[in-house]
Design a protein around this ligand. Structure first.
Ligand code: SF4
Length: 196
């Protein structure tokens, strides 16, 4: 796996990009770069797999609703730094996230000085269309299963059914073409499968 193409596309769009051979290396980098500040984390299996809440909490103030309860969802919406992943990254440079409550995608758009996107190699797709397909048919059903959603994708685990279920977790789609004005955005490309 080479990240050369997507790195150039992202840099041309204005994102800062770093590549790492492993998640552990990316976590070590973040623990150096993010120090003594207020950090918000979005719902992210990648962040959980890398133990970033635990390590960053030793030298930052970190808000994450997965560990601290619902109040932390709002607390994480503003601050110095926000950490999340993506549901898919197109090799043409678009970052794609689908959300149910909206806090995660909203926080990537506004409210922080810097946003880090941690992206395992499994999140890459060759085109925007393929990335959107991945976000809808791979990432979303797996997230629905993780959440125990009463949706056809969670029951069958094979694809999106574009359901009308009350428990539908796919409520909004955000595509980042470029970093939002006034926010530094850094994409950490990791040569390991992380999250889904
Ligand atoms: S729209 Fe419904 S079926 Fe499709 S992935 Fe989302 S929750 Fe599952």
């Amino acid at each position: 796996m080479t990240f050369d193409t997507v790195q150039k596309q992202l840099e041309d769009r204005g994102f800062t990009v770093r590549t790492f051979a492993s998640g552990a290396e990316a976590a070590a980098y973040l623990n150096e770069a993010v120090d003594g500040v207020r950090v918000g984390i979005g719902g992210s299996v990648t962040v959980r797999e890398l133990g970033l809440f635990e390590s960053l909490s030793t030298h930052n103030t970190v808000h994450w609703h997965w560990t601290g309860g619902e109040g932390e969802r709002t607390a994480a919406m503003s601050g110095d730094v926000y950490l999340t992943s993506v549901n898919a990254l197109a090799e043409t440079g678009e970052l794609i996230n689908i959300d149910g409550s909206g806090n995660r995608v909203a926080a990537t758009l506004f409210g922080h000085r810097r946003v880090y996107f941690l992206v395992g190699q499994n999140k890459l797709a060759p085109t925007y269309e393929a990335a959107l397909w991945r976000a809808r048919n791979i990432a979303a059903p797996k997230n629905a299963q993780r959440l125990g959603a009463r949706t056809p994708c969670a029951a069958k685990g094979d694809r999106c059914y574009d359901c009308k279920s009350p428990g539908r977790i796919c409520r909004g789609l955000v595509v980042l073409w470029e970093p939002m004005l006034g926010t530094d955005m850094e994409v950490l490309l990791i040569k390991e499968d992380l999250g889904y």
